[in-house]
Design a protein around this ligand. Structure first.
Ligand code: PLP
Length: 764
């Protein structure tokens, strides 16, 4: 197809004007339609077995650039736009970012869809079409506020399908409408689908903030991702959402199975279901229900489902492992209760260990342990990084690993380097083309060849120039879109962007900022200026996380207003951190902060994106940081802090005797730590901020500090100061950048997906 000619035709048909006369918004809609036409003209992949990837979230990001790349017309379109005086990135500014996800788990699902399609595998996503996302974050007086985050416009990536299913809730049947988003595969010529279910008459955005009537069903089923669950109505709504997704999804699977001409008795030969964390776990009893309704015996249905479903565990944080009161399921989907009881009875008959039961608790207090159902009735259980899978097998899920050793396997996460390098860092991508050849774009292990340039000063200089250009660009976008906030592109860019959680320890990063501030105030001027960038949303009901945001925003104001400190230390916090901002900021990063308490971050994927863009990791030996450290070697990463075995031992000691194990007050009393923590309630801070919030945070640090920030903070400060000092030797630093980029090919999600297919899905 002549791309330019088709763009001309579309601009005439839609706007009765020449392409060259179109503005950015019109060009966006021309390209949206063009991409949709090309993607929909592509065939679905062949394959005996088809994968359905079930996930509560898909953090897909803007689609225009990525789809143009996957469709193989990125360069051509860029050229046509240039002829009209536009750039693709300016056109893409018009596109709203879909608010269908939240953090790493949702972004992983999006990278996986991209890689499944690129590898030409037959696999679709299944989720919900949230209208207002998690929320849009606003800062006011150094606090976070939440607004709905609408993204659906009249013309969007959503394709109506006309397909509908009836979901049988306890209160009555609700129609689920299916909308699709096409997922074209790079270099594979095929397109898969992201299936998103929606209600017929979705409710409008709440009038103010994100509070709404949680009992307004079905209209509210697809309003928000993870609605506030601090009350019972909110928790029930989550169960309603989950059942809506899995019931409609299971019906879609059976419809497609029958259309392909297969008997439901053979479903496991033709279908694989990946359960991404426990939110979709009710697909197991729902599928048993639907199969028995189609004539399978209970034994047959259970056997088939157990060879169809596979489960990915994403966390060992106890509060994140879902357990629903049986009364909730009784209310939402009463038809599942006898099936779940049957599944539980079979598990209890086979395994007397009460720790592996599905239903736990006495009469009236029974809860359904969703992960336990997945492990008994799935054929694969995987963790998402080597360390994480080891911890699952050896401690968190040990009783299960002892029963089912063959089910447990590791699939270290990955990211699509198409979005996270080719599209977001085009200058680096072309340098890599020059150095290692363009084959790295389809085979990222080729990036290893970059090691040949370890002593090539011209290439090392180019790496530094590209980083400097990306820092200037990020600074320009900050001024433009973040309320005129100025970054200093000459400073070291030290970045921590990810969801806000105490285990990720943004509070420890803030303690470092306080340390630097106090040093400068005491006249000890640092070697070079540092810009500390944060980006993080806090769950609306997570008070401590909001207090940490408050601390960071107060520090930002304090330093902004201090002419003595300002030249040396900057703090910036991205408002409404999302995929769009990640793509802008990550290529500009010098030091990548991956400082979770060892054992708590299952894998992380931000760490991989930063590495591929030439940032050097400052991190604990947690999640995939362990594998990064092995790949790059000790000279090219800064690790610090307690190891996971020691941390797990501290928790065990504390569980046995609360006066044993980690006692934060002991660390608080250390002379290097006390002034940092005390600073939270210093007069300069209480004048700027909310004393109650700062006091609550300080009090928690001194008396609880569940994620042990004070245990590691001294080692952290030392490691970070060492990294910032090393940054001064520009050639040595460029070598570290080069090694990180060269070794990042392992973290391509194409590698991860090839492993899922080889070991779990067998899609052929
Ligand atoms: C990659 C990504 C994440 C996950 O980051 P982690 O550091 O792995 O927690 C979260 N949010 C966005 C927008 C991302 O792109």
């Amino acid at each position: 197809m002549d791309i330019k000619q088709r763009m001309q035709e579309l601009s005439q048909a839609k706007y009765s004007r020449e392409l060259a006369q179109c503005g950015g918004e019109q060009l966006y809609h021309v390209l949206l339609q063009l991409s949709q036409e090309l993607a929909q003209a592509r065939p679905a992949p062949a394959g005996e077995r088809k994968l359905y990837y079930f996930s509560a979230e898909f953090l897909i990001g803007k689609l225009l650039s990525n789809n143009l790349l996957a469709l193989g017309i990125f360069d051509e379109v860029s050229k046509v736009l240039a002829e009209c005086g536009h750039t693709l990135s300016a056109v893409e500014d018009v596109e709203p970012e879909p608010s269908l996800g939240n953090g790493g788990l949702g972004r992983l699902a999006a990278c996986f869809l991209d890689s499944i399609a690129a590898l030409g595998l037959n696999g679709d996503g299944v989720g919900l079409n949230y209208h207002y996302g998690l929320f849009e974050q606003r800062f006011h007086r150094s606090h976070q506020y939440e607004q709905p985050n609408p993204w659906i416009e009249d013309e969007s990536w959503l394709i109506p399908t006309g397909v509908e299913f009836e979901v049988p809730f306890g209160f009555g049947g609700v129609k689920a409408r299916l909308l699709d988003i096409a997922v074209p595969g790079a270099h594979s010529g095929i397109a898969n689908r992201l299936h998103l279910f929606d209600v017929e008459n979705p409710a409008p955005a709440p009038a103010d903030g994100i509070d709404f009537d949680k009992s307004d069903l079905p209209a509210r089923l697809t309003s928000f991702l993870y609605p506030d669950d601090s009350d019972e109505a909110g928790r029930l709504l989550r169960v309603y959402q989950q059942y809506f997704m899995v019931s409609a999804g299971a019906q879609l699977i059976l419809k497609e199975l029958e259309e392909r001409g297969f008997d439901p008795r053979t479903i496991s030969d033709h279908v694989a279901i990946q359960i991404n964390d426990t939110h979709p776990s009710m697909v197991i009893p729902e599928l048993v229900r639907l199969l028995t309704a189609r004539g399978l015996s209970m034994d047959e249905a259970v056997a088939q489902v157990s060879r169809t479903c596979a489960y990915t565990n994403h966390t060992i944080l106890a509060e994140a492992l879902e357990k629903w009161p049986l009364t909730f399921i009784e209310k939402v989907a009463p038809q599942l209760v006898p099936i779940i009881r049957e599944l539980d009875a079979r598990a209890k008959a086979a395994h007397s260990d009460p720790r592996v039961a599905i239903i736990q608790g006495g009469a009236g207090r029974e809860v359904v342990h969703m992960a336990h159902m997945d492990i008994h009735y799935g054929y694969s259980v995987n963790g998402v990084a080597a360390l994480h899978t080891d911890i699952l097998k050896n401690s968190e899920l040990k009783p299960f690993a002892d029963i089912y050793p063959a089910k447990f396997n590791n699939k270290t996460n990955g990211v699509t380097l198409r979005r996270w390098l080719e599209v977001c860092n085009p200058q680096l991508a072309s340098l890599l083309d020059e150095c290692v050849g363009t084959e790295w774009r389809t085979d990222p292990t080729r990036l290893n060849k970059l090691m040949d340039y370890y002593n090539d000063s011209a290439v090392l200089d180019r790496l530094l120039e590209i980083k400097a250009a990306n820092k200037r660009r990020a600074s320009d976008l900050f001024i433009r879109d973040q309320y005129g906030i100025r970054l200093d592109p000459e400073a070291v860019f030290d970045i921590q962007v990810k969801r806000l959680h105490e285990y990720k320890r943004q509070q420890m990063n803030a303690l470092y900022v306080i340390h630097k501030y106090l040093e400068i105030k005491a006249g000890r001027i640092p070697e070079r200026p540092v810009t500390v960038i944060f980006g993080a949303k806090a769950a609306p009901a997570y008070v401590m996380a909001k207090n940490i945001i408050h601390l960071i925003l107060c520090l930002r104001r304090l330093i902004e207003n201090d002419p003595q400190v300002r030249p040396w230390l900057h703090v910036a916090m991205v408002e409404n951190y999302n995929v769009t901002w990640a793509e802008r900021i990550i290529p500009a990063c010098d030091i990548s902060e991956q400082i979770s308490l060892a054992s708590k971050e299952a894998s992380g994927t931000g760490n991989m994106k930063f590495m591929a863009n030439g940032a050097v990791t400052l991190g604990t030996l947690d999640g995939a940081n362990v594998e990064i450290a092995e790949l790059v070697g000790p000279d090219n990463i800064y690790t610090f802090g307690a190891g996971s075995n020691y941390v797990i031992e501290l928790y065990d000691q504390k569980a046995k005797d609360s006066s044993k194990g980690y006692q934060s007050r002991v660390y608080y009393e250390r002379p290097a730590v006390k002034p940092l923590v005390d600073f939270l309630l210093s007069p300069v801070m209480t004048e700027l901020g909310d004393e109650a919030a700062l006091k609550a945070l300080q009090n928690d640090m001194i008396n609880k500090d569940w994620f042990m920030a004070l245990l590691d903070v001294e080692a952290y400060i030392a490691a970070r100061d060492r990294a910032i000092a090393d940054y001064g030797d520009r050639t040595a630093w460029a070598r570290k950048m080069l090694v990180n980029i060269a070794r990042s090919g392992f973290f391509s999600s194409d590698r991860t997906i090839a492993e899922y297919n080889r070991d779990i899905w067998n899609l052929k």
